[in-house]
Design a protein around this ligand. Structure first.
Ligand SMILES: [Zn+2]
Length: 314
C-alpha cells in the first residue's frame, strides 16, 4: 500500500474540514448525487452493484452534430436536451466474484469536472472502503473512466487494486500518435491518461479481447469510441455486458446508432461497433449496463421502428 501516514493525516484533515462545512447553516444544500443509493442485483454467480460517480455536464452540440435536420432537433427535444448543455450520468459497475471485488472503470477523480469524482464517497455510503477493491478494469482511457485512480493529493484512490486495460488502448495513449485524430479540445486527455497510467503501471496488466479477468468475466472488443475500447461480459443466464461508452445516449445511440457522435474517436468504427453490439444484445436478450445511460444504466435492448430502444430494468 502506497498511501503514507502523512497523506492519510492530510486527507483526514480535509475530510474533517468538509464535515465542519456540512454542519454550517450556510453550506449549500446536499446535491442529488450524494443521495444516489447504490443499485444492487445478482447475475449468475456474481453480486453486481452500480455506484454513481456524479454526472458530467456535456455540450449538446457534441451530440451527432452531422446528423440530418430536422430529425436531430426532434430527437433532442424528445430527450429533453434542448439547452446548451445536458447532464450525462456516470455509472460505475462493481462485481463481487469469489474473493475479488472488481470495479469496471475508476471514475473521474478530483481533476476533471466539479460534478464528477463522487465515486469514493458514494462507495463509502454503500459500505465499501476504496481499499477493498481488488481489481479495476478500464473500458478505455478517457478522463471520466481513468483519472479517478488518483486522489486530490496524487495518491492512489484504490491502494490495493491491480489494474487491467486492453493492450491496444495502452499502446494508443502511451504511443507517439496519440494526438493524431484527437480534437484539440481533448488534447488534455493525453497528459491526464499518461499521468494516470504512469501512477499504476507496476500493477497494470494488458488484456486482449476474449481474455478473462476472473472466471466468467471476460473482455469483449468494442473499439471505436477509443482505439482499444473494451466491454466486459459476465457469464450467467442470457449474459450481462458492461458496455462502457460503446452505447452512450439513451435515445440517439438506440434510435440512430449510425449517426456519428463527436465523442467517438473513430466515428465510423464506433457506429459499426454500436450497431453490432445493439443487435447482439437484442437477439440474445442480454442485460446491458451503460456508463452514461440514465442511472443505474441497467436495461435491455429491444428492436423498435427499424432500429432499437433502451428498456430500463431498474
Ligand atoms: Zn465516458
Amino acid at each position: 500500500m502506497r498511501t503514507s501516514a502523512s497523506a492519510i493525516n492530510r486527507r483526514l484533515l480535509l475530510k474533517g474540514a468538509g464535515a465542519l462545512t456540512a454542519t454550517c447553516a450556510f453550506a449549500p444544500a446536499t446535491s442529488t448525487w450524494a443521495a444516489t443509493p447504490p443499485h444492487r442485483f445478482k447475475h449468475g454467480g456474481f453480486d453486481v452493484m452500480v455506484v454513481s460517480d456524479g454526472h458530467m455536464t456535456v455540450r449538446t452540440s457534441l451530440l451527432a452534430p452531422g446528423a440530418p435536420e430536422p430529425e436531430r432537433t426532434q430527437m433532442l427535444k424528445q430527450a429533453n436536451q434542448t439547452g446548451e448543455r445536458y447532464d450525462s450520468p456516470t455509472n460505475v459497475a462493481l462485481i463481487r466474484a469469489a474473493s475479488d471485488l472488481i470495479m469496471i472503470d475508476a471514475g473521474a477523480g478530483p481533476n476533471f469536472m466539479p460534478t464528477t469524482g463522487k465515486l469514493v464517497d458514494n462507495l463509502a455510503s454503500a459500505g465499501i472502503d476504496a481499499g477493498q477493491i481488488t481489481k479495476i478494469v478500464f473500458t478505455h482511457g478517457h478522463p471520466d473512466h481513468l483519472w479517478g485512480v488518483i486522489d486530490d493529493l496524487d495518491e492512489l484512490q484504490f491502494p490495493n487494486a491491480s489494474y487491467f486495460v486492453s493492450a491496444s488502448e495502452w499502446k494508443y495513449w502511451t504511443g507517439d500518435d496519440a494526438f493524431r485524430g484527437l480534437s484539440e479540445d481533448r488534447h488534455n486527455f493525453i497528459p491526464g491518461a499518461r499521468r494516470s497510467f504512469a501512477r499504476i503501471k507496476e500493477k497494470l496488466a494488458l488484456l486482449k479481447p476474449g481474455e478473462e479477468i476472473a472466471p466468467g468475466l471476460r473482455a469483449v472488443d468494442t473499439a471505436g469510441h477509443s482505439p482499444g475500447h473494451i466491454s466486459i461480459e459476465a457469464a450467467g443466464g442470457d449474459g450481462l455486458i458492461i458496455g462502457g461508452d460503446a452505447i452512450t445516449h439513451f435515445l440517439l445511440s438506440f434510435r440512430h446508432p449510425d449517426w456519428p457522435s463527436q465523442g467517438d474517436q473513430d466515428q465510423d468504427r464506433a457506429a459499426h461497433t454500436r450497431r453490432g453490439l445493439l443487435d447482439r444484445l437484442a437477439i440474445d436478450k442480454t442485460k446491458l449496463i451503460g456508463f452514461h445511460l440514465p442511472y443505474p444504466g441497467l436495461g435491455y435492448v429491444e428492436r423498435a421502428q427499424g432500429a432499437y430502444r433502451f428498456a430500463p430494468a431498474a
